[in-house]
Write a protein that binds this ligand. Structure first.
Ligand SMILES: C[C@H](C[C@H]1O[C@@H](n2cnc3c(N)ncnc32)[C@H](O)[C@@H]1O)NC(=O)c1cc(-c2ccc(F)cc2)cc(O)c1O
Ligand SMILES: [Mg+2]
Length: 214
């Protein structure tokens, strides 16, 4: 049984980065995806926009939907203030196993709770599982046709407060039209588009930042 792309990505991290150095892990993954094998990480260009939003929000509790190999998990966790927590949900066990090792290699395991399972089942359990009152920041990067349902589920579960920020990847490519329509037209959100490119390509893509108004 040959290796999978996530496993090859993990090997590239262990070979080309320094344990405990998140920036070197990020650079190793970007180099692997640009020069060896494309993979669906948010990437360096959109990643810089993500960094800016994380720094601006300075979240004490953050949620990520769709861990994949843990690239954006590392990007977010490396910027979190001491005592803050990032919960990341991934339903593919093979991806979760790789992400766990990438996060540990970066030395960020104490800031991250990686939970295996589908977001639709796990979001309603956030309060009881982790004592979460509300999320200051949610990075949405999972199945593109789950973005709207899960944003509304977060609202219904009382997991958003006035000022909570939703940051959604891939709103152009592969695209999330119904989510975009909702956050851009709902009086409950103040939404803004950050134009960029699909990771490691020239295709257009972007991030949508939506502030929940309560
Ligand atoms: C969906 C994936 C990301 C991960 O999300 C997990 N997942 C899913 N649904 C759930 C859930 N309901 N709960 C928890 N986890 C969940 C999954 O297992 C993947 O690991 N992301 C993408 O498919 C993705 C695709 C592209 C892309 C763009 C152009 C192309 F030509 C081809 C692909 C770019 C991107 O930037 C992406 O992000
Ligand atoms: Mg994405």
């Amino acid at each position: 049984m040959g290796s999978t792309r996530p496993q090859r990505l993990l090997r590239a991290v262990q070979k080309n980065s320094t344990r405990g150095d998140p920036q070197s892990v990020i650079s190793a993954i970007d180099h692997f995806c640009r020069h060896k094998e494309w993979a669906m990480n948010v990437g360096d260009e959109k990643g810089s926009i993500l960094d800016g939003v994380v720094s601006e929000v300075n979240p004490s509790t953050a949620l990520e939907l769709g861990t994949y190999c843990g690239y954006s998990t590392v990007r977010i966790a490396r910027l979190l203030p001491p005592g803050s927590q990032l919960i990341t949900l991934e339903f593919n066990p093979a991806y979760a196993a790789v992400a766990k090792q990438v996060i540990a290699w970066a030395g960020l395991q104490d800031k991250v709770q990686l939970v295996e399972g589908p977001s639709g089942d796990l979001i309603p359990q956030m309060k009881e599982l982790f004592g979460v009152k509300s999320f200051d920041l949610v990075f949405i990067d999972h199945w593109k046709d789950r973005y709207l349902a899960d944003a509304q589920l977060l609202e219904e579960c009382g997991l958003l407060r006035k000022g909570s920020v939703l940051l959604a990847d891939n709103v152009i490519c592969p695209g999330t039209p119904e989510y975009l329509e909702y956050v851009r037209n709902s009086p409950r959100y103040e939404s803004r588009y950050f134009k960029s490119h699909l990771e490691y390509t020239q295709a257009e893509d972007g991030l949508e930042k939506s502030v929940f108004l309560g």
